[in-house]
Design a protein around this ligand. Sequence first.
Ligand code: ATP
Ligand code: MG
Length: 256
Amino acid sequence: MIALSGKDLEYAKNIVDGIEADLNYEYMDCEFWDNHVEEYLPLECGMASGVTKGVIIPCDKPFVIKIPLKCDSDNWMSTCTHHSKWNSELHTWEDVPASEYSYCDHSFCPQFEYAYNPIDGTYGWNYCDAELGYYTLAKEKGIEEFFAATFYAGERKVDGVPIYLQEKITTLYSRSDKEHTQEDLNSTSAFLDETKVYCPLELDFVCDLIQNYGAEKTKEFCDFLDEYNISDLHRNNYGYRPDGTPCLIDFSDFNG
Ligand SMILES: Nc1ncnc2c1ncn2[C@@H]1O[C@H](COP(=O)(O)OP(=O)(O)OP(=O)(O)O)[C@@H](O)[C@H]1O
Ligand SMILES: [Mg+2]
């Protein structure tokens, strides 16, 4: 887990303070984020977005900056960059080719509703705070290594928009090399069969979880996903830290 200094928090706040756009998540959605933020970022920063979070990625820092977005279901249908469907037999996500995007309709991708904050039991658009809440609970249960360390950095000066930091990882989407032996994969399948845990993650990744954190902790982690119904786990939502250990980065799910 990374340790953040006061300087890191200041760095992040300065970047977000420098964005001369209205970042109020009561109405800012991913389309706005994608089109109105980049021009204010320093050159060393890249950016990304999902449906519910805007993300700034400083190249030479070990963390990313996350800001909550409102999910406008019409806009996200037109801007979402990855479409995938879960193949429960092969235990893997499959890309949906552009020609079949009509498959990705509201019946497959249900409208995002308010995030559930597991700490105070409230609902709201702040999916970053929900993520922080799940990270806090994971720490209480002693399974935080399964989740990217997540921090609250404070509010933006001009309008009080909340700013979050999270340790930076490489998602499975960008690094999908398969390195496991068939024997390792077979024993991972056996673990899933025997424990019957809820585990919407690719087999290779589950294999990495068991190898890094052990089967017992992996079962506790899967039970945690099940208990809180954390299911939106496509390949852009988990991956590997620079030291190779596996973790999730997007665990706020989409429905409360
Ligand atoms: N900790 C991180 N390290 C590296 N990249 C990250 C991190 N957090 C987010 N990203 C990038 O930003 C994207 C959006 O972040 P995130 O998945 O948390 O948002 P989201 O809106 O909840 O996504 P979704 O569309 O899956 O609901 C990710 O898919 C990933 O590409
Ligand atoms: Mg995501």
